[in-house]
Ligand binder design. Structure first.
Ligand SMILES: Nc1nc2c(ncn2[C@@H]2O[C@H](COP(=O)(O)OP(=O)(O)OP(=O)(O)O)[C@@H](O)[C@H]2O)c(=O)[nH]1
Length: 121
């Protein structure tokens, strides 16, 4: 399977690699692959120049409950069948709400991290 075809997404929505994910991405091919997929190979500094998002959403939950599948489905209208644990990924997306363009930033957190944090409380 080609790298860009991993989730059947060829272009748009922007996905920005978070600093945590950037540090971790060398050990997680999925994160790297997904950034390439959603940025259509144009991961770069231009992402840093975009204005702040109107809304910020954070997905929290145990590992494997479907956080990534939900956000990818929302953004791309496609469903991810395979399971590859997420480290952390920030997606940028713009959609129409009441005839207005609304930009959002969606942080898909690592389920393992949530589980570990909850376990220490
Ligand atoms: N049948 C079914 N499978 C789902 C659904 N949502 C997600 N899955 C599957 O469950 C698995 C885990 O989904 P992910 O979205 O990667 O889960 P996650 O919560 O992001 O997991 P972490 O990255 O470990 O935090 C994948 O194989 C998905 O295809 C659903 O609504 N129905």
């Amino acid at each position: 399977m080609s790298r860009l075809g991993r989730h059947g997404v060829g272009s748009s929505p922007a996905c920005q690699e978070s600093s945590v994910a950037r540090e971790a991405s060398s050990s997680n091919g999925f994160v790297k692959d997904f950034f390439r997929v959603v940025n259509n190979g144009h991961l770069g500094t231009s992402q840093k120049m975009t204005k702040p998002a109107d809304s910020r959403l954070v997905l929290l939950g145990n590992p494997g409950v479907g956080k990534s599948a939900l956000v990818v489905r929302f953004i791309t209208k496609r469903f991810i069948w395979e399971y590859d644990p997420t480290l952390e990924c920030t997606y940028r997306h713009t959609t129409m709400v009441d005839d207005e363009n609304v930009s959002m930033e969606i942080l898909d957190t690592a389920g393992k991290e949530t589980e570990n944090t909850a376990a220490t409380k």
